[in-house]
Design a protein around this ligand. Structure first.
Ligand SMILES: Cc1cc2nc3c(=O)[nH]c(=O)nc-3n(C[C@H](O)[C@H](O)[C@H](O)COP(=O)(O)O)c2cc1C
Length: 200
């Protein structure tokens, strides 16, 4: 079992998404002690933003890339290899201004790449994700309440964006725990997380 934990909160101290992830992983490891676990901390070490050279390199076949292009894509290649390595993904994603943290967006720009994580068929104009067979848990705390029927109900672009973007590359979210800090009990959340992974 291989777990990749991706954290995107800018905070180390007092971060709810990091704390819940840590507690969940510690508990989960008691059931699966042999697990290999890597952490990708984009919150404290964001990947480079894409650049003009990066963009050119991305759309060229590997054998057509210059050494500069190969170098500029190296971080993206490493991130993709790491993602493909995992069979369990845990994403800590706080809502920032109704969407995902920009550090996570930079990460996504690096891993969503044609012929690396998705394919495109021009005949049928269809896209196919290549990052398949992963079990995914997403922990998305927010200060506000976005449950249906509340005033902010239509403003949760964090959940909708993330779910759409990662399913585009084949990652189907099996459990997403969105919660408003004021309305959820932490122990109850941890129990829900355990159930999400243990029953699948
Ligand atoms: C830059 C920034 C923007 C935020 N924007 C929102 C927001 O749009 N809606 C919301 O409900 N909470 C917002 N929050 C609150 C966070 O989602 C909340 O504090 C969450 O717990 C942060 O995750 P963390 O505890 O793991 O650091 C924002 C916090 C920060 C730092």
């Amino acid at each position: 079992m291989k777990l990749l934990e991706i954290q995107s909160s800018a905070r180390q101290q007092g971060s709810i998404s990091r704390l819940l992830s840590q507690e969940f992983i510690a508990t989960w490891k008691t059931y699966h002690p042999a697990i290999a676990h890597k952490q990708r901390d984009v919150g404290s070490q964001p990947p480079a933003h894409v650049t003009e050279l990066w963009t050119k390199a991305n759309y060229l076949a590997p054998e057509e890339r210059s050494s500069e292009m190969i170098a500029v894509l190296q971080e993206s290649e490493n991130l993709i290899e790491e993602l493909l390595w995992a069979d369990y993904l845990l994403l800590g994603v706080p809502m920032y201004n109704f969407s995902v943290p920009s550090a996570l967006k930079a990460y996504l720009d690096n891993i969503v790449r044609i012929n690396r994580t998705f394919t495109f068929d021009p005949q049928s104009y269809s896209f196919q994700g290549m990052v398949i067979n992963k079990k995914v848990l997403v922990i998305t705390p927010s200060a506000g309440d976005f449950t249906p029927g509340t005033p902010l109900e239509t403003m949760n672009f964090c959940e909708t964006y993330l779910r759409s973007q990662i399913s585009f590359i084949g990652i189907i979210v099996i459990n997403q725990s969105e919660f408003s800090l004021s309305t959820q009990d932490q122990n109850l959340l941890l129990e829900q997380f355990m159930m999400a992974w243990d029953y699948l």
